[in-house]
Design a protein around this ligand. Structure first.
Ligand SMILES: [Zn+2]
Length: 70
């Protein structure tokens, strides 16, 4: 099936892209402006998060901070 081959090529291209991005992005310590998450992965360029789990954690913390202000 062409679709399967295309999917596989996409997945492979994505892996290469991720590898290139990971090499390019230096891991930094977590801060208010640059959440580096819990899993130790560098954040995805264009976002402050490395993965959706860490994004959810960061959003929980951000929400807690807002609540604490009241
Ligand atoms: Zn993560």
């Amino acid at each position: 099936m062409f679709a399967d081959i295309a999917d596989q090529a996409d997945a492979e291209a994505e892996q290469h892209l991720n590898a290139a991005l990971i090499r390019r992005v230096r891991p930094e310590p977590a801060s208010a402006n640059h959440w580096n998450g819990n899993c130790g992965e560098p954040s995805v360029p264009g976002t402050s998060y490395c993965c959706c789990e860490c994004r959810e954690d960061a959003e929980k913390i951000a929400r807690a901070k807002v609540l604490n202000r009241h």
